[in-house]
Design a protein around this ligand. Structure first.
Ligand SMILES: Cc1cc2nc3c(=O)[nH]c(=O)nc-3n(C[C@H](O)[C@H](O)[C@H](O)COP(=O)(O)OP(=O)(O)OC[C@H]3O[C@@H](n4cnc5c(N)ncnc54)[C@H](O)[C@@H]3O)c2cc1C
Length: 338
C-alpha cells in the first residue's frame, strides 16, 4: 500500500450504484464515516435479479485458500473482522469439510492446501454436529469461519445504511454519468458497458426443507468437479450449492440437480425425504484473472469482479475504497488507477 498525492476529504456526497453485497457494504462504510450516501438499486428490495440473492453466504477465507490467490485470503480475513464488528449477530460457528472414503486423497489434499483447521475424528464430529454421527470417519473443522443468509443479511445491511444516515432507493436505475460527486459503481455483471471483460460464471443452487437434519454450520463435501456444500438456513431450510459453469444460461440443469441432491443425500440420508423448495442460479461477475478490482478514474470508482467471493470480500473492499477516498491510500493488489 502507498499514499497517493490525493488530498484528504471528508463528508462528500457519494452515490453507490447497485445494492447487492458489494454496493451494500460500500454504502454502509461510507455512511458510517459521515458521507452523504445514496444507494441506487434498479430492482425492488427482493433483489432477485442480483447475484447476491442466490449466494451461499459462506465467509470461508481458509477453505478458499485451496483454489484462490493469497489476496483473497488476506482480504477475506479482514472481512471477517468487519462482519463481526458491524453485524455482531453473524454466526461464527466455523465450517466443516468431509469426504467419503473414495475421496480420501482429495480430503488430504484440501487439508494440505489450507490452514486454520483442526482434524476431528468421528466422535468429535458427532459432538459438534450430532446429525453427522456415524456419517464420516473424519472431518476438517475451520472454527473461525462464518456464514450469513444472503436474503436476510442484505435487508439488514440496507437498514444499517439508513440508520447511519444514508438513503437507499429501490427501483432507481442509475448510471455513473447520472450522478454527481463520488460515484461507486457496484453494478456487478450489469457494468459490462464500462467493463467489457467481465463475464458471468454460472452457479446453481437448490433449497430444501427438512426437520430431520440439524446443522449449525456449512458442511463441504469433497467432489471431483466443484465444491459441494450444505448450508443451514433458518426455518429448517438448507441450501445445496454450488456448481461453477462457464455459461450465462439461467436455470438448473438436470445433471446439476442430480449432483447437488445426491451430494446432500450422501451427507445425510434423511435429505431424501426433504421437500424441494427452490431451484435457482446466479451469474458470478468475474474478470479473466478471477480477482476483484477497484478501478479508479478520478471521482468514478468501480468495484467489481467479486466472482465467488462477494460476501467474503465486500467488507474489506469497502474499507479499501473508503481509505482511498479519505486518505488516498492505494492497495496495489486490487486497485487500478486510470
Ligand atoms: C450459487 C452461488 C453461490 C455463491 N456462494 C457464495 C458464498 O458462499 N460466499 C461468497 O462470498 N460468495 C458467494 N457467491 C458469489 C457472490 O454471490 C457474488 O460474488 C456477489 O453476489 C457479487 O455481488 P455484487 O454486489 O458485485 O453483484 P450483484 O449481487 O449482482 O449486485 C449488483 C446490483 O446492481 C444492480 N444494478 C445493476 N445495474 C444497475 C443500475 N443501472 N442502477 C441501479 N442498480 C443497478 C443490480 O440490480 C444488482 O442488485 C455465490 C454466487 C452464486 C451464484
Amino acid at each position: 500500500m502507498h499514499q497517493s498525492s490525493k488530498s484528504s476529504r471528508s463528508e462528500s456526497a457519494v452515490s453507490v450504484i447497485g445494492a447487492g453485497i458489494a454496493g451494500a457494504w460500500q454504502a454502509l462504510l461510507f455512511a458510517q464515516a459521515g458521507h452523504a450516501v445514496t444507494l441506487h438499486e434498479r430492482s425492488d428490495a427482493t433483489l432477485t435479479q442480483s447475484t447476491s440473492h442466490w449466494a451461499g453466504g459462506m465467509l470461508a477465507p481458509y477453505c478458499e485458500a485451496e483454489v484462490s490467490e493469497p489476496v483473497i485470503v488476506r482480504l477475506g480475513l479482514r472481512s471477517l473482522d468487519l462482519w463481526r464488528e458491524n453485524l455482531p449477530e453473524t454466526p461464527f460457528n466455523g465450517s466443516l469439510v468431509v469426504a467419503h472414503p473414495r475421496d480420501r486423497s482429495d480430503f488430504e489434499r484440501f487439508a494440505r492446501l489450507t490452514t486454520g483447521h483442526r482434524r476431528l475424528d468421528a466422535q468429535a464430529l458427532a459432538r459438534i454436529e450430532p446429525s453427522l454421527e456415524d456419517r464420516f470417519r473424519e472431518a476438517l473443522f475451520y472454527p473461525d469461519e462464518g456464514h450469513v443468509e444472503p436474503r436476510r443479511v442484505l435487508p439488514q445491511l440496507h437498514a444499517r445504511i439508513r440508520a447511519a444516515g444514508g438513503t437507499v432507493q429501490f427501483n432507481s436505475e442509475a448510471t455513473p454519468e447520472d450522478c454527481d460527486g463520488i460515484v461507486i459503481d457496484c453494478r456487478g455483471l450489469f457494468a459490462r458497458d464500462t467493463q467489457p471483460e467481465l463475464r458471468g460464471v454460472k452457479g446453481e443452487m437448490i433449497l430444501v426443507e427438512t426437520a430431520e437434519v440439524e446443522l449449525s454450520r456449512p458442511v463441504r463435501l469433497m467432489h471431483p468437479r466443484w465444491p459441494l456444500y450444505v448450508i443451514p438456513r433458518a426455518d429448517h431450510l438448507f441450501m445445496l450449492g454450488a456448481t461453477s459453469l462457464e455459461s450465462e444460461a439461467t436455470g438448473v440443469s438436470l445433471r446439476s440437480a442430480l449432483e447437488l441432491l445426491s451430494a446432500a443425500y450422501t451427507v445425510h440420508p434423511a435429505f431424501a425425504e426433504a421437500r424441494v423448495v427452490e431451484f435457482g442460479s446466479g451469474l458470478r461477475p468475474a474478470f479473466p484473472d478471477h480477482l476483484p478490482r477497484i478501478a479508479i478514474d478520478k471521482e468514478r470508482i468501480a468495484v467489481n469482479g467479486l466472482y465467488r467471493h462477494g460476501f467474503l470480500l465486500a467488507p474489506a473492499l469497502a474499507e479499501l475504497t473508503l481509505s482511498y477516498v479519505e486518505r488516498g491510500t492505494i492497495d496495489n493488489e486490487v486497485m487500478q488507477c486510470a
